[in-house]
Design a protein around this ligand. Structure first.
Ligand SMILES: CC(C)(COP(=O)(O)OP(=O)(O)OC[C@H]1O[C@@H](n2cnc3c(N)ncnc32)[C@H](O)[C@@H]1OP(=O)(O)O)[C@@H](O)C(=O)NCCC(=O)NCCS
Length: 156
């Protein structure tokens, strides 16, 4: 049985880990996104022994320059250093995709750091083009995946 548990959390619970693991140079207020309070948004927390060790968010948002209307953005998925490589990130990502797939919408997307591309690729994401240079985040890829039944089951 897994040592980890996934739970829906409030956006305010996700923000400290978001900042610590993804945006350490920014104030906490900078990771308070308007879309966090979208009524369809889902914020996932991964817990080990009651301690929050991973976060992920998914909410409706059109793809940049996209023509498809129904699209979901995966945002700020991160796992504490000591808990990486155990399937926690994939489990959260899968849960986000399942949430979006329960709608009639067709695509999920994210802006991924170049170093995290392989992680997203394993759950079916593909690149829409070359790296985009974000002055704050560095080079990123726009990645997307068709929504539908999630083919791979992640057990941790
Ligand atoms: C990216 C991140 C969320 C992955 O979480 P994780 O719990 O370590 O990932 P998992 O253990 O679920 O890995 C699932 C699979 O992806 C692979 N993987 C994980 N991180 C990877 C990476 N950076 N590059 C390539 N593959 C990666 C794993 O090897 C595993 O593959 P396998 O099934 O063949 O063994 C985590 O490393 C992290 O928090 N990184 C810093 C924040 C970050 O960059 N987030 C992404 C925002 S763009």
């Amino acid at each position: 049985m897994s040592d980890y548990e996934l739970q829906r959390i409030e956006p305010a619970e996700a923000r400290p880990l978001r900042r610590a693991l993804l945006h350490p140079a920014l104030p906490l207020a900078a990771v308070d996104y308007e879309a966090d309070s979208h009524p369809a948004a889902l914020h996932i927390g991964a817990f080990k022994d009651g301690v929050l060790v991973g976060v992920a968010t998914v909410h409706p948002q059109p793809m940049p320059s996209g023509t498809q209307t129904g699209a979901w953005r995966i945002r700020d998925i991160a796992v504490e250093h000591g808990h990486r490589g155990r399937g926690v990130g994939a489990w959260m990502l899968q849960r986000c995709l399942e949430h979006a797939s329960a709608t009639a919408d067709q695509v999920a997307w994210c802006l991924a750091r170049v170093g995290a591309y392989g992680f997203f690729e394993r759950l079916g994401f593909h690149r829409a083009g070359g790296p985009i240079n974000d002055p704050e985040e560095g080079p990123q890829y726009l990645l997307s995946v068709e929504l539908g039944p999630v083919e791979r089951s992640w057990a941790i």
